[in-house]
Design a protein around this ligand. Structure first.
Ligand code: GLC
Length: 484
């Protein structure tokens, strides 16, 4: 069957090359490019933050785009648009990125928060992003997009405005809403209905109402033609009370529209053969030497002793989801058995402190960098023997895939996307997210390390795993085209 090229609008608060705090940005960047490579016309809209890293060549659109955010006729913001260079593929597909420039809302030193905490006007900021995205798409394409693909609660407004307030033309658009993390739902006081142009009629239990509050994720999942999440196992987990964060009943009622599509990784950007951040580059035939050089360089960089023993790493946002607290009680035993440990991450103060204390208790053996540092992260994938992801829940998780691509063997809890990407051929699974099971998985890793041939064979299998986006992008594409 010959398909018409689709016009796909993607709305997201993060895009990896511009501004990101986590996996959401990686996914929007890589998925939008993969869809364009498959021949589609993709437009990504995201805000221009104070922390955005703008590329050298950008174009500012003439004039401004009026963005309505409230019911009053005066509730309109005049935003301008900065566009980066389009990426075009031989398939005829293209990807454009437009940044919504509203300095009063976005030109701050953070995406969601700064050193003083979360911004108090995040609902307005992301309502304007979402509404602005629809306005921009209407200018880019006569008749607007074919598909509106909104990511996480910030972009839920795009589905709500399209379906509820912008008229029939928009209400008929195919909407796809992706849940990257159900722990963040966009729960707001009911007064936002009037302030942010959401109809009171939608404030009912089937749509926006949840426990007396406005719940944006509930509304968007109720109204979008398709709901996706980022791994098949997570798609099952969120239908049960333990993983549903209060929305499992609602999601069960819509389960026929819910699909789990595993994230891929950008295998060009994450490639130990070409990664200039590494002390030595290597591939599947040269990893023994290359990874050893990287291991020594990493030890020097973070202040660990050099040595022949196993080196474990972990890169994570420090939140309870990520389970780094489960690692801490295991450190004395691992260190006693000759292991060293490096953790890179930032987040909740108490989790940061806990790790910093551990580093102080084991100088030269445990190193902690409180940072969000993509280049150092890649040196951790390349320089460690094992990469621990002790998450309590994990919608997909990308770091375990990056680690495998760089030859660091994943030691993970058997949840969500970790379950879907790691098995005994390439890594080590803890059947539950607790200290005991995680300890057992780490011990299994130590045993593997003690057998260099088996260890090298496992690395070879891990590096050969295919996590390319193409397959998953094709699944999104068939969903965009599937009847609602
Ligand atoms: C969120 C999830 C993570 C997922 C990422 C990209 O950060 O917590 O599991 O990999 O989104 O989808």
């Amino acid at each position: 069957m010959v398909h018409r090229r689709l016009r796909i609008l993607m709305v997201s608060s993060e895009v990896e090359s511009l501004a990101r705090t986590g996996g959401l940005g990686d996914v929007v960047e890589a998925l939008s490019l993969a869809l364009a490579e498959l021949g589609q016309e993709v437009l990504v809209v995201t805000p221009l933050y104070g922390v955005t890293r703008l590329p050298g060549t950008t174009v500012r659109w003439p004039g401004t785009v009026p963005v309505r955010f409230g019911w009053g006729s005066q509730d309109v913001r005049q935003a301008s648009v900065v566009e980066t260079s389009a990426v075009r593929f031989s398939s005829g597909g293209s990807r454009r990125v437009c940044l919504l420039d509203d300095p009063a809302l976005y030109r701050r030193q953070g995406i969601y928060e700064d050193m003083w905490g979360p911004f108090g006007d995040n609902a307005l900021r992301f309502a304007v992003m979402s509404r602005g995205a629809l306005e921009i798409a209407a200018r880019v394409w006569d008749g607007g997009p074919d598909v509106v693909h909104a990511h996480d609660w910030h972009a839920a407004f795009a589905v709500l405005y399209a379906k509820l307030v912008m008229g029939d033309g928009w209400a008929r658009k195919r909407c796809v809403f992706t849940i990257h993390n159900l722990a963040f739902q966009g729960v707001l006081d009911a007064d936002v209905l009037d302030r942010l142009h959401l109809p009171r009629a939608a404030f009912r239990p089937e749509v926006l109402w949840h426990d007396g509050h406005v719940n944006l994720m509930k509304g968007a999942t109720a109204l979008a033609e398709h709901i996706t999440t980022v791994s098949p196992t997570y798609a099952r987990e969120i239908l049960a009370p333990a993983g549903g964060f209060g929305l499992d009943g609602h999601l069960r009622a819509h389960a026929h529209r819910l699909t789990g599509i595993l994230n891929g990784i950008d295998e060009k950007r994450f490639d130990p053969q070409s990664d200039v951040a590494l002390a030595e580059r290597y591939d599947a035939s040269s990893f023994v030497r290359g990874r050893l050089t990287c291991k020594h360089a990493l030890a020097d960089e973070v202040g660990l002793e050099r040595g022949e023993g196993p080196l474990f790493g972990c890169v994570a946002r420090l939140t309870s989801q990520k389970g780094t607290d489960l690692l801490v009680p295991l450190l004395p035993e691992l260190v006693a058995r000759g292991a060293r440990f490096v953790v890179v991450g930032q987040g909740e103060r108490s989790l940061e402190d806990q790790l910093l204390w551990a580093a102080e208790a084991f100088p030269g053996k445990v190193a902690v960098r409180i940072a969000f540092d993509p280049r150092l992260s890649r040196r951790v994938y390349a320089g460690t023997d094992f990469f621990v992801v002790p998450s309590r829940f994990e919608p997909c998780g990308l770091t375990q895939m990056y680690a495998m691509r760089y030859g660091s063997l994943p030691v993970v809890t058997d949840v969500g996307g970790l379950h879907d990407t790691v098995d005994a051929d390439v890594g080590f699974l803890a059947s539950r997210a607790d200290v005991e099971q995680l300890g057992a998985a780490c011990r299994a890793a130590l045993d593997r390390f003690a057998d260099p041939e088996a260890h090298a064979a496992t690395i070879r299998r891990a590096m050969a795993r295919d996590f390319a986006w193409r397959g998953s992008a094709e699944r999104y594409l068939s969903l965009y085209r599937a009847p609602a």
